[in-house]
Design a binder for this molecule. Structure first.
Ligand code: GLN
Length: 193
């Protein structure tokens, strides 16, 4: 099973290592054609407007919509989560719009630009150490979206079928359980395809 990490901008290497730790083959994705070789993809954190603009230029917006239509899992972390959302507060351009939720960028304010927290996550047996860096949050979800985690009453992780989103950077500790969770989603897709 091969899982790609979109490598246009942002935190790529750590995700590759986590995918390998979780027992799947990790692939650096730089061109749309490579998407045909993989079973799932991670869109990493970074700067969402930059990643979105590059996705548009290189054809990833259309390609990843098609990827999702085939039922192939996508995991968006931080900026990647923003790009997955149907609605981004104050912004309309260059995103995938696949997950039925509304997100706000840089939502934790200046004092809390980056911080860590032990987050209980549905499906994981004990809390995950989560690193938030100028993190977005999910303001609203439709009934199709399952909330997986909240921090101080705000939604910070969610799943809609084969789509997974997290406000934080799950690749920056040595705990790869959320990557294992995603690898399992990809396994399930591979079984039904
Ligand atoms: N604040 C960034 C944005 O809005 C996301 C930060 C991150 O991915 N760590 O794009």
């Amino acid at each position: 099973m091969k899982i790609g990490v979109l490598a246009l901008q942002g935190a790529v290497k750590e995700h590759l290592d986590m995918i390998s730790s979780a027992g799947a083959e990790a692939v650096v994705i730089k061109t749309v054609d490579q998407c045909d070789e993989i079973d799932g993809i991670i869109i990493p954190g970074g700067e969402s407007t930059t990643i979105g603009r590059l996705m548009k230029i290189y054809g990833f917006i259309d390609k990843l919509k098609e990827f999702s239509n085939q039922g192939k899992p996508i995991f968006g972390t931080c900026a990647g989560m923003i790009l997955l959302a149907k609605e981004i507060v104050g912004q309309t351009e260059n995103h995938l719009g696949l997950m039925d939720m509304k997100v706000a960028r840089n939502a934790f304010g200046r004092q809390r630009e980056s911080f860590e927290a032990n987050l209980p996550i549905k499906g994981l047996e004990s809390p995950l150490r989560a690193v938030f860096i100028r993190a977005p949050l999910i303001e609203k979800v439709s009934p199709e979206v399952e909330v997986l985690s909240e921090y101080n009453g705000k939604i910070v992780a969610a799943k809609q079928g084969h789509l997974l989103a997290a406000s934080f950077h799950p690749e920056l500790t040595d705990d790869f359980r959320l990557h294992s969770y995603f690898v399992n989603m990809v396994k399930q897709y591979s079984l039904v395809k």
